[in-house]
Design a binder for this molecule. Structure first.
Ligand SMILES: [Zn+2]
Length: 438
């Protein structure tokens, strides 16, 4: 939903290296966009005719537009943290052409009217916004929302994110209803009976700092139950949000590969594949998020799962907060970190350069993977006729991330001042340049 409503013309992206995992392309290709769609993909210099505009992509990677499955844009109700304008501007700066927004706003997005409101052009979003609506009324966990009406209004999934869907019967009902509508149920997997008043992962660091801490089992037991339920409900779709523990991964693998195969998918955040619980250091509240930073063994398991295909998507869980909500005692600080502008550089720095995960796999985790999870048809690949959403980046560029220069309204990132490799050069949404050089 770009701001500028004028009709996009044609744009030829020339000389770049196209990585489109869904189309099995990894090589030099030119891409022609016309009228908001992909018009042509061809070997260099083989697209005839002229385009209104040209983009010189020599030395750059051209990829389908990135999709973030897990973003908190804070509107309605908390525009002092982030608005749909600033949040989507940060998304565009991070290379994301589509964001899926979480419903834990004020009020909670639990009606078709609010879903429609988030999608209105008046919100000023500069990238595509796909609302994920609440699974239960006001996300209180007691009564399911009207999934069919929410879907008709444009919701791509349901969740009570911020909180789990704890009750067995309610979760079973959500998966059953989701199965009828082919709608994914997104679980924030946390058994809150085990995590009340906790502020970090349970381990040596929490002991040293004297903080009440969350055991890994609080996540794993919930994923375990959900996978069992999904395996017994034909057609149901379970998506595990921000998965952070080795044990939860075991349950996801069981669901994906076991005898009772279920449609289970999961996402992992850049902060969980980059940082550890010990990075909390001396009560750094920019390392406080939920799920918390975990142990080295958990991170190792996540890195393996990112490489071997168990993980379906990298999602940021971009969670902006105002300074006054973070500059307080650790146990009183808000949970969450921003992440839209650091996701790709962290993936390139940590996954590609350090872990030797191929760029095609990383692009898949930002494109085809997430598009499949929420059935975003026409996105996640640049085949002819698809939406003209394109992300262009320099995989070798070294730079330093400065939180003060972020497009987000908030500054709560643990990565301020980090030297990183890999930078977004241009973000094209529906054929229009929404970030980058003209
Ligand atoms: Zn969550």
């Amino acid at each position: 939903m770009p701001k500028d409503k004028s009709k996009p013309g044609s744009l030829l992206i020339k000389g770049g290296h196209l990585i489109d995992p869904a189309a099995h392309i990894d090589g030099p290709m030119d891409v022609l966009l016309r009228d908001g769609r992909v018009a042509e993909i061809a070997l260099p210099n083989e697209i005839p005719g002229s385009a209104d505009e040209k983009f010189d992509a020599r030395g750059l990677i051209v990829a389908p537009g990135f999709i973030d499955l897990h973003v908190h844009l804070r509107e309605p109700g908390q525009g002092y943290k982030e608005t749909m304008v600033t949040g989507t501007e940060a998304a565009a700066a991070g290379g994301f052409t589509s964001v899926c927004t979480m419903p834990n706003t004020t009020p909670v997005i639990d009606t078709p009217e609010w879903v429609a409101w988030q999608r209105e052009p008046e919100r000023g979003a500069v990238v595509n916004v796909f609302p994920v609506a609440a699974a239960t009324r006001a996300s209180r966990g007691a009564a399911l929302t009207d999934f069919a009406a929410l879907r008709r209004a444009g919701a791509v999934g349901v969740t009570d994110d911020g909180k789990p869907i704890l009750d067995d019967e309610i979760m079973r009902g959500a998966l059953l209803l989701g199965a009828d509508l082919n709608l994914p149920v997104v679980q924030h997997a946390e058994d809150t009976r085990l995590t009340e008043n906790c502020s970090m992962h349970e381990g040596r660091t929490s002991f040293r700092l004297g903080l009440r801490a969350m055991p890994s089992i609080a996540e794993a037991s919930m994923v375990d139950r959900d996978v069992y339920l999904a395996q017994r409900i034909p057609g149901s779709r379970l998506h595990v949000a921000h998965l952070s523990t080795a044990d939860a991964l075991k349950a996801v693998r069981r669901g994906k590969r076991g005898n009772h195969k279920a449609r289970v998918t999961c996402e992992v955040t850049p902060h969980h594949f980059t940082l550890l619980d010990e990075d909390v250091g001396e009560y750094n509240t920019n390392c406080k998020m939920n799920p918390p930073l975990r142990s080295a063994a958990d991170r190792e398991a996540i890195l393996v799962a990112l490489a071997d295909g168990t993980v379906d998507a990298i999602a940021t869980d971009h969670a902006p907060h105002a300074t006054h909500e973070k500059e307080v005692e650790f146990d009183r600080a808000a949970f969450g970190v921003t992440g839209l502008e650091t996701a790709l550089p962290l993936a390139i720095t940590k996954l590609h350069r350090e872990q030797k995960i191929r760029l095609t796999r990383i692009v898949e985790l930002f494109t085809a993977g997430p598009a499949r999870v929420f059935n975003l048809r026409g996105r996640g690949s640049l085949t002819r006729g698809n939406f003209a959403d394109v992300t262009i980046f320099d995989a070798k560029k070294r730079w330093t991330f400065e939180a003060a220069k972020s497009r987000s309204m908030s500054r709560n990132t643990p990565f301020d001042g980090w030297p990183l490799t890999g930078k977004v050069v241009a973000t094209i949404v529906g054929g229009k340049m929404m970030y980058g050089a003209e």
